[in-house]
Structure formats: C-alpha cells, structure tokens
Design a protein around this ligand. Structure first.
Ligand code: SF4
Length: 496
C-alpha cells in the first residue's frame, strides 16, 4: 500500500453524500429559476456577510491571526500521522475507544454496530458535517435505528425531508413561514396556533427536543477540533443543544475527519478566535464544549457518558493529503465564510453542488474526496474572482486549487479517451498555420469568408462544431475587411 507522511494512502473513494445526481450546470439552471430560493439565500448571506465584516474589522491583528491559522494547519498536516497516534493514545488513556474507518461504509458499519451493542433503537445527534458526509442517518435507518437531529436548522432540514444547503445554516434556503408549515406538518404535539414568530418557532423546537434529550441513551456527534496533546474533542455551537447531546446520553460516539486535529491547546486558541468571527459573525460562540474519554466522579458515579467512542474517518482524505496543491483544503475549519461571499453560491444556493459541502470549499473538497472524475463539473463552478480566498480565515487559495483540479480533469480525459481534446486539436492547427508567414497570410484571407456569418449585426453568434461550444455563450467580432498585414503592405508600399 502507498504511504504518505507515514499514513497509508487510501484511494479517493469517498462515498456518501459527496456528489449529486446531475452535473452542476444542470442543477444550477434549475436553482436559478427558483426566485424564492434566491431571495432567501441572498438575504441570509448578505446578513451574515455584514456581521462578519463588522467583527473582523474590530481586530487589528486579523491578518496575523489568519497567517497563524494557516501556518498551524499546514504544519499539522505534514505530521498528521504522529498527531493522530498521539490522539489515539490520549483518548485510550482517558477511557475512550478509537476506531479507524477507511471510508463512509466502514464508518457507518462501526457506528451501527456500536449503537446495536447498547440495545437502543434511537439516537440524538449534534450537528456534524462528517456524519452527513457519510450518510449516517440513512445507514442507521436501514438498521432500524432512528436518528434525531437536535441542531435547530438540521431539525428543520430533517423534518422537511430536505437536504442541507449551507455548512453553517443548513436551512438557509427556508424562510420563517416555510419553517412554520414544516413544524405544523411534522412535529408531534406542536401547538396548532403556532405563528412564524422566530421566538415561537424556537420554543416549539425546544419543547420537542427536550423530550428527546431526556429519553435517548445514545448521542452521536462530530467535532470541530481534536487536541492531540490531551485527547480532547471540541464542539462549538450556538444553541446549547449540542452540549445536551454530549453530556446527557450514556454512550457518546464521535465521528471526526482525520484532518480536524490541532496539536496543542495553544494552537486551538487561534482557531477559537478565527472560527466564530468567520462563521456566525460573533466575537465568541455561545457554547464551547470539550470532552475526552469516559469519566466518573470521586464517589464512582458517572460524569457524563459512561462510554465514549471516537471514529476517525479517512474517506478520501489521505489521497487529498498526498496532493501537493490540493492538500491545503484539509486546512478548512468549515466556517462557511467563503460561501457567504461567493457570487455563484449566492445565486444557485447549496443544492446545486450535489454534495454536503457546497460553495467554493465544496467545489474543491468534494472532487478530491471522490476523485475528480466523479465530480468533474464542480471545479468549474466558479468565476475565479478570489473573494473566497480573501474571506478564508486559514487562507486556503481556493482559486488555485480550482485551476489545479480543472487541469487534472483535462489530463484524465485525455488519458481516458486516448484522443486529443478539441482544444489540443485547435492549438495544433493554430501552431501549424502560424509557423510560416505564407500559411498565416492564407489563413487570414480565408477567415474573411466568416464575415458573412456576422450579418448586419457585425458579430458572429453561431459557429459550427467544434467551435459551437465557444460561441454558445459569447459572440465573436467579424474579421476586418483588411488584415493588418494588408494594411501594412498598402501603406508602406511593400509586396504583401
Ligand atoms: S475554505 Fe476557508 S472560508 Fe471556506 S469554509 Fe473552509 S475555512 Fe471557511
């Protein structure tokens, strides 16, 4: 097996919810036709953008913090094997059990087995991108286990039989009245007089969730960070529902991508400043929960869950790590700032990306986890304007990775077809034509024939294949009546 930086490299066979049923342009076209969706997303992203800009402007050392975040993450990735082993040792010493999962299927099997071993048929969940990525809820359902999302936005998505469309605000595509309708339709025991007042909606969700927290014995979470030096998992959240899930159940299972590590608490301090400002536009997030293995108090009674399991997920990450340009996407702290500034995301919303990771980060992360050929349209889902890089708290150069993945896609196509691409044929023809003055002059004269295509408009809108792909989205000017060389010869009295 190939290894890189001490870790076995598993082929990018990320499975789960990482690709859509149709290419991005087709899905985006449908999303663009949905005016309500565009209005909801435009309003929500503009609000979060303004909040973020205000709290970031308060810090004189924001750029230094970004540089520190980038440096810590980059150095951590280069010694990920050591840090992971240290994390495993520390978690085990503190009474937890560590499991390693090569892909989504293995992770789902491990979690399902652990839940079945408790004899329970219900679990409560903290908001987690990793469990969405692997499709854990569906896997549990197949095994007869019901998973209840407890994050308010995730609950709205789950009750609406919907898909998340934003990393931080999964129900960003829904407005208040849509949420009220979902609650009235799906939430057992809800007040039929429920209004779309945000406070009333939050109270309805709280009453529903409290019953679940008090009766469910297994909790499942993700983690924003794991501190290797002490074997501590960390979750940042706004509602307190996460803390209920992390402390009330008897068994806690955490599923975490292997890239979520930071070596020390001193390193964590940098990210605790970067993440809340970049994601929710807050100086501090309301709840930061940290936990390790299983604890008991001095009198022997349990302090929090009696059983703790950590599932470390690869699912295409080691293959991403082995790519010199692409590995920087593993530095992502899933703040979603890049989505909120992206002109493409703002118009299409998250569903068009087909993956649980939408927006600019999704366009570079999903194709690397699955292999570019399985998500080939995503690296093109960008105008390369660079706003994502400017907003990213760990300075991931998303535009460069997009270009790198596009090049990889073109190379893969060439190899697969063993035929030159239309671009390569066009370039070879241009090279042959331009290599002698005579051929070039003949080509210039011949190009005048294209003037008829311009008609009265003086612009060419339709060209025959293979050039039709180019003219499908832009016009070309008609060739001039006289070429530069003819003009030069005429005005300088030299033979053409
Ligand atoms: S790429 Fe950067 S801005 Fe986007 S979610 Fe990740 S950390 Fe945040």
């Amino acid at each position: 097996m190939t290894t890189f930086l001490g870790l076995p490299v598993h082929a990018p066979r990320g499975v789960g919810h990482l690709r859509g049923d149709e290419p991005f342009p087709d899905a985006a076209r449908k999303a663009l036709a949905n005016t309500q969706l565009r209005r909801n997303i435009g309003h929500a992203t503009a609000t979060i953008r303004a909040k973020r800009a205000a709290v970031v402007a308060e810090l004189d050392d924001w750029e230094q913090l970004r540089l520190a975040g980038e440096a810590i993450k980059t150095a951590t990735m280069l010694r990920l094997d050591d840090h992971l082993e240290q994390l495993e040792r520390r978690v085990t010493e503190r009474g937890g059990t560590v499991h390693w999962a090569r892909d989504a299927n293995e992770a789902n099997e491990i979690v399902t087995r652990l839940v079945q071993a408790t004899g329970e048929s219900e679990v409560v969940k903290v908001k987690s991108m990793a469990t969405q990525e692997i499709g854990l809820n569906e896997a549990l359902e197949e095994a007869g286990i019901a998973a209840f999302e407890t994050d308010l936005a995730e609950l709205i998505v789950q009750l609406g039989h919907d898909k998340p469309s934003h990393i931080l605000v999964p129900a960003i595509h829904r407005n208040r009245s849509e949420i009220r309708e979902i609650f009235l339709r799906e939430m057992a025991g809800v007040d039929p007089e429920l209004t779309d007042d945000p406070r009333r909606l939050a109270m309805a969700a709280r009453a529903y969730l409290r019953r679940k927290f008090l009766s469910t014995k297994v909790g499942i979470s993700g983690a924003n960070f794991a501190v290797a030096e002490t074997g501590t998992m960390v979750v940042l959240e706004s509602e307190g529902n996460g803390r209920m899930c992390l402390t009330l159940p008897e068994t806690l299972i955490t599923v975490m991508g292997i890239e979520k590590l930071v070596p020390t608490w001193t390193d964590l301090e940098v990210f605790l400043q970067l993440l809340p400002r970049s994601s929710t536009g807050e100086r501090m997030n309301p709840y930061t929960s940290a936990w390790g293995g299983a604890h008991t108090l001095d009198d022997g009674s349990p302090d929090g869950p009696r059983d703790f399991h950590l599932v470390l997920l690869d699912n295409g990450r080691t293959a991403t790590l082995a790519d010199e340009v692409g590995r920087q996407v593993l530095n992502c702290i899933k703040c979603s700032a890049c989505m909120n500034v992206c002109p493409v995301y703002e118009r299409t919303g998250g569903h068009a990306y087909g993956s649980v990771y939408p927006g600019p980060i999704g366009a570079v992360l999903s194709p690397q986890l699955t292999g570019v050929e399985d998500n080939a349209s995503l690296p093109y889902a960008s105008s390369l304007c660079g706003a994502c890089f400017d907003a990213c708290p760990v300075r991931i150069d998303i535009p460069s990775v997009l270009v790198h993945l596009r090049a990889q896609h073109v190379e893969e196509q060439k190899t697969a077809r063993r035929l030159p691409t239309p671009e390569a044929v066009a370039m070879a023809a241009a090279s042959w034509t331009m290599s002698t003055p005579k051929r070039f002059a003949a080509a210039e004269k011949a190009s005048r024939a294209a003037r008829v295509l311009g008609g009265k408009k003086g612009r060419i809108s339709t060209l025959p294949p293979p050039l039709s792909g180019w003219s499908g989205s832009r016009d070309a000017p008609v060739p001039p009546k006289e070429t530069f060389r003819e003009w030069w010869a005429r005005t300088r009295d030299v033979p053409s």
